[in-house]
Write a protein that binds this ligand. Structure first.
Ligand SMILES: NC(=O)c1ccc[n+]([C@@H]2O[C@H](COP(=O)([O-])OP(=O)(O)OC[C@H]3O[C@@H](n4cnc5c(N)ncnc54)[C@H](O)[C@@H]3O)[C@@H](O)[C@H]2O)c1
Length: 438
């Protein structure tokens, strides 16, 4: 708990309806979100890193006026968030927050009742997709379609118990092994038949996504796993007006990459190589120690540079770039990840120079505010009638999802797209609120 934290709760003018957040996987990032929201509600800490709590915005017709983003978009107040979730291992939210080792004892003690109130529902597990974990508390159903039905019932029960109209489901489970889109993922009809047949290319994360979208919940994929970026899910998301937006939160090294690379390119400096390495000792690090799971992460970490630099347009500057990313599981570091980047740039007359970056970050501390923003903004978009792939939320992801074509990775451009979307949504949300009150 930081001593300089303000002792009053955040009052950002938010006025939206109550919102349920169901977290799939109650590990480090999920419990850091829940404990963080509770600490902020109690006035013990501040929501640094969350646009939804701190950003100010000027309405297009009032360039000299600044209003809190939460007020502008009528976002749900932190006091009106209700958390629940699933996990494949036993323990309540507090046990899992302690095991994750992210938060210090004082803050854990202050948020203990809120964390303990979360008793994760038994999840669904497939050892083929998560080879380094056992799954000690799972649903009895073994047929994938029946598992989906059971998850749908969980969502309906959660809505009923807490009297909620809107729920966002967030996949925060361990990274599953690498997979590409296949025949079973092409349409709702084929996917449902394939679930009934226990088709091997249907991963647990997809079953959660299917259940969420069928129950009209927005779905956020915080992980690199192939989950909603396939025709069956995007069609279902569009049909049921549920926002989906990308995979793998853009937190540490990739965030810095997508800030720096556009500047190097704008100056027409060349790049010979970008070598990125990390040490990480949390549960995520242990999962990524499996090469098949790391392949999913590697794909999402490698894609950004190529899209930003456009080597096909500037072969002389970026055509021979050697881009490598490594993650080493190193238990002593726990959640406090350390990353190193060595960037070999080429300047005037072909002279080479080097940039070195050493980022000592806290993985889940970077991820939690992004989860909060994504939950609140996805819910707001849904209230405004926007569903399917919401490209403007690409700001938050290592692998943004697009309706078609290549995603934007440049953080500056993504930020502009986000602002434009806020201006588009604001009048719709104001009207929606009026109608709801009438
Ligand atoms: N920490 C970050 O900054 C960050 C950033 C981007 C993405 N991610 C991704 O977010 C995910 C979670 O990260 P973490 O650090 O919280 O990991 P973690 O290992 O602490 O937690 C994962 C939790 O998911 C549970 N789980 C696994 N499979 C499940 C299933 N099928 N159903 C229900 N629960 C299941 C596990 O039991 C565990 O409690 C990872 O995939 C990671 O790659 C994390």
């Amino acid at each position: 708990m930081k001593e300089n934290a303000k002792s009053t709760p955040a009052t950002n003018g938010a006025t939206g309806p109550r919102l349920g957040i169901l977290l799939v996987g109650m590990g480090a990032i999920s419990t850091t979100l829940v404990a963080g929201v509770e600490a902020i509600r109690q006035g013990l800490a501040r929501p640094f890193g969350a646009l939804s709590q701190l950003a100010m915005i000027s309405p297009p017709d009032q360039p000299n006026v600044r209003v809190p983003l939460a007020e502008y978009l009528h976002l749900t107040r932190l006091e009106d968030l209700v958390f629940g979730g699933w996990d494949i291992n036993p323990g309540n939210g507090y046990d899992m927050a302690v095991a994750s080792g992210v938060l210090e004892p004082l803050l854990l003690a202050a948020t203990r009742p809120a964390l303990e109130a979360i008793q994760p529902m038994p999840g669904i597990h497939d050892p083929q997709y998560l080879r380094r974990a056992e799954g000690k508390r799972v649903k009895p159903q073994t047929n994938k379609f029946e598992q989906a039905e059971a998850l749908r019932q969980d969502i309906r029960n959660f809505k009923k118990e807490h009297k909620l109209e809107q729920v966002v489901v967030m996949w925060c489970g361990s990274t599953e092994v690498f997979l590409t889109v296949g025949p079973a993922h092409q349409s709702l009809h084929i996917f449902e038949a394939a679930m009934r047949e226990n088709e091997p290319t249907i991963a647990p994360s997809m079953i959660y996504a299917y259940a969420a979208l069928q129950e009209h919940c927005s779905f956020v994929n915080a992980t690199p796993t192939l989950t909603v970026d396939m025709p069956v899910m995007t069609d279902l998301a569009t049909k049921n007006v549920c926002p989906v937006s990308g995979k793998d939160l853009k937190t540490g090294q990739t965030l810095l990459k997508t800030i720096l690379a556009p500047g190097i390119k704008q100056r027409m400096l060349g790049l010979a190589g970008w070598f990125s390495t990390n040490i990480l000792g949390n549960g995520d690090g242990a999962t990524l120690d499996d090469p098949a799971a790391f392949r999913s992460k590697e794909e999402s970490k490698l894609s950004a540079l190529n899209h930003i630099l456009q080597p096909e347009l500037y072969p002389e500057l970026y055509g021979k770039l050697s881009h490598q990313v490594k993650i080493n599981y190193y238990p002593p570091r726990g959640d406090n990840k350390e990353s190193w980047d060595n960037i070999d740039i080429i300047g005037w007359l072909g002279y080479q120079m080097q940039i070195k970056i050493n980022f000592l970050c806290r993985d889940s501390i970077l991820a939690a505010p992004l989860l909060l923003d994504l939950a609140l903004l996805s819910a707001a978009a849904q209230r405004a009638g926007e569903g399917g792939v919401c490209e403007w939320l690409g700001f938050y992801f290592k692998s943004p999802q697009t309706r078609q074509g290549q995603p934007e990775h440049d953080l500056g451009v993504q930020y502009q797209q986000l602002q434009q979307a806020f201006h588009r949504l604001a009048p719709k949300l104001a009207r929606q609120l009026q109608t709801a009150k009438a």
